[in-house]
Design a protein. Structure first.
Length: 267
């Protein structure tokens, strides 16, 4: 039954996962293709210096004169985190709460498999799906760098891809846990989206306000973005992202044991 639930969940994700993989690869290659024109633009550093200090700090504009800095500012701290969060939260909310609302979770719960095992299988399938997107991101970044001379090596690309993967997994497992506990997909999406927004605001405020700076490391975005993500290597802060996801899954494990799905579905 482990293979049945785990592999069936991956099978159900296959079409969406393919579409998201194509979108991520296309976006990365498109941005890489823009690099030669950005690199060769005259007076680029003077232009960046003309922006307000807060903007230069937030987007790390001075670093945009390198291929790594360019992709960090354009993709790895803006668009890509959003894509991984949308995928992770939407899939996490659907994994259990979505099936409960559709009435497809009840047949699983009448089997000898425990509710905790079902939650674990769903959580692992979600993590593998997001990790697949991370692998696509790693490959596209390397190919784009080679094709358009961004100077991004395998270790740099791996650090950025791992950061996006862990960020997506943490908030995806948060959505899964909330969905498992409440049985409501909309609640899981809303709660996780608010948590992600709060985490990003804390990260951004920590860059610009000294009063908030000491609190910024609590944000998953700070843990994912510090030093990069491209070019950061494998910082110890990534362990907080991995540990946070594991704790969320552990909290969700007992949520289905003894659950009357028929009653909750009819609420």
């Amino acid at each position: 039954m482990f293979q049945t639930v785990f592999l069936k969940t991956l099978h159900d994700h296959r079409r969406g996962l393919f579409g998201w993989s194509v979108a991520i690869a296309f976006l990365v290659l498109l941005e890489c293709a823009l690099w030669p024109s950005i690199r060769d633009a005259p007076g680029l550093q003077d232009l960046y210096k003309s922006f307000p200090e807060e903007m230069r700090t937030f987007f790390d504009l001075e670093a945009m004169t390198t291929g790594i800095g360019f992709l960090n500012a354009e993709l790895f701290t803006l668009l890509l985190p959003g894509m991984f969060l949308v995928y992770g939260i939407s899939r996490g909310a659907k994994a259990i709460a979505g099936e409960e609302e559709q009435g497809t979770l009840e047949p699983l719960l009448v089997t000898p498999v425990s509710g905790a095992r079902i939650v674990l299988d769903k959580a692992l399938a979600l993590a593998v799906s997001i990790a697949t997107l991370g692998l696509v991101l790693f490959t596209a970044t390397l190919l784009g760098s080679l094709a358009f001379d961004l100077g991004i090596g395998p270790s740099d690309a791996a650090g950025g891809a791992i950061a996006m993967t862990l960020l997506g997994i943490e908030y995806g497992e948060l959505a899964l846990a909330v969905g498992a506990l409440t049985g409501r997909r909309a609640v899981a999406i809303a709660f996780s989206a608010v948590a992600a927004t709060g985490g990003y605001v804390l990260y951004a405020a920590g860059l610009m306000l000294e009063a908030v700076e000491s609190w910024a490391p609590l944000s998953p975005f700070h843990q994912a973005f510090t030093g990069g993500p491209l070019g950061a290597g494998l910082p110890a802060a990534y362990l907080w992202l991995l540990g946070g996801a594991a704790v969320l899954v552990a909290l969700a494990l007992p949520s289905l044991d003894g659950r009357d799905i028929a009653t909750s579905h009819g609420r």
